[in-house]
Design a protein around this ligand. Structure first.
Ligand code: CTP
Ligand SMILES: C[C@](O)(CO)[C@H](O)COP(=O)(O)O
Length: 264
């Protein structure tokens, strides 16, 4: 895997890049506990970020991957990617670029987007923290954008019932929280990444959020605020987000099962 400089809109194959993936990887991973930045922590001996880059490069549609590194960690990430090859068959056709990220996920994605060349029409945004997303899920998102949807999210139905509560803060923090509602579960979806966008739509959404200074926890949420329709395609259980320590155990178990099943 070579973290090469931008070729001005041409991919490693020399053809114009039509589909790019931005991978925000600048988070600290506070909920995972003390240690290196989350994206750099190993899963079965290989950094989480490397798994995520391979997952994006595994789609034949994706010819450019923009990795958004911790703000002061771009050189370290370049070295790390150079030390870990993409799969042999894809290494000649996927370019990987590394840029420094920001203080929030939104700022990191915005900085990654700025490194996407004008030739690109479809942009995927994929959390480094979802390293095991299957290629079929990536391809389904790309196909839906190419079929005309301006914003596409992979998502799953919920297993748990969800309650809306009135959070207790200040002196009342820690007290039981009153339930104020129970949304109808059948209408809810748990949203994953990669989320796919028509490039101009995603750029406009980030410009609006940046101007208004309001946060959003995912990119599709920003597009919703533009009044543009977002559609859902089926997500995958293995696209879960590595957030807490138990998720590392699950991720390593998934990798072990893949290796046992097909020599991954
Ligand atoms: N300033 C930030 C914060 C988050 N992310 C990225 O956004 C994705 C989703 O974020 P999350 O899982 O919440 O990661 P962290 O912010 O690292 O987690 P925590 O909130 O536990 O610190 C991750 O790939 C993370 O690296 C980023 O690029 N820049
Ligand atoms: C983008 C995301 O993964 C969709 O589920 C999620 O919103 C990221 O949230 P986090 O709080 O940054 O983990």
């Amino acid at each position: 895997m070579s973290a090469t400089p931008d070729r001005g809109g041409s991919g490693a194959s020399g053809r114009p890049v039509r589909t790019a993936a931005v991978i925000p990887a600048a988070g600290r991973g506070v909920r995972l506990g003390p240690g290196a930045p989350k994206a750099l922590r190993p899963l079965n001996g290989t950094p989480m970020l490397v798994h995520a880059v391979r997952a994006m490069a595994g789609s034949r549609a994706v010819s450019l991957v923009v990795v958004v590194a911790p703000p002061d960690g771009a050189d370290e990430v370049r070295l790390l990617l150079d030390a870990h090859p993409l799969s042999d068959s894809l290494s000649d056709t996927t370019e990987v670029v590394v840029v420094p990220g920001g203080e929030t996920r939104q700022e990191s994605v915005r900085k990654g987007l700025a490194a996407v060349p004008e030739t690109v029409t479809t942009v995927l945004v994929h959390d480094a923290a979802r390293p095991l997303v299957p290629v079929d899920t990536v391809d389904a998102v790309v196909a839906a954008v190419r079929d005309g949807a301006p914003a596409v999210v992979p998502a799953l139905p919920l297993a748990d019932t969800v309650k809306q509560v009135e959070p207790r803060t200040g002196e009342r923090a820690g007290e039981p929280e009153p339930v104020v509602g129970t949304p109808e579960r059948a209408l809810l979806r748990a949203v994953q990444t990669p989320q796919g966008f028509d490039r101009a739509t995603l750029v406009a959404a980030h410009e609006k959020i940046t101007l208004e200074g309001e946060g959003a926890t995912d990119d599709a949420g920003m597009v919703e605020r533009l009044g543009v329709e977002v559609v859902v395609v089926p997500g995958h259980e293995e696209a879960f987000k590595v957030t807490r320590p138990l998720d590392l155990v699950l991720a390593e178990a998934v990798l072990a099962r893949r290796r046992a099943n097909d020599g991954f």
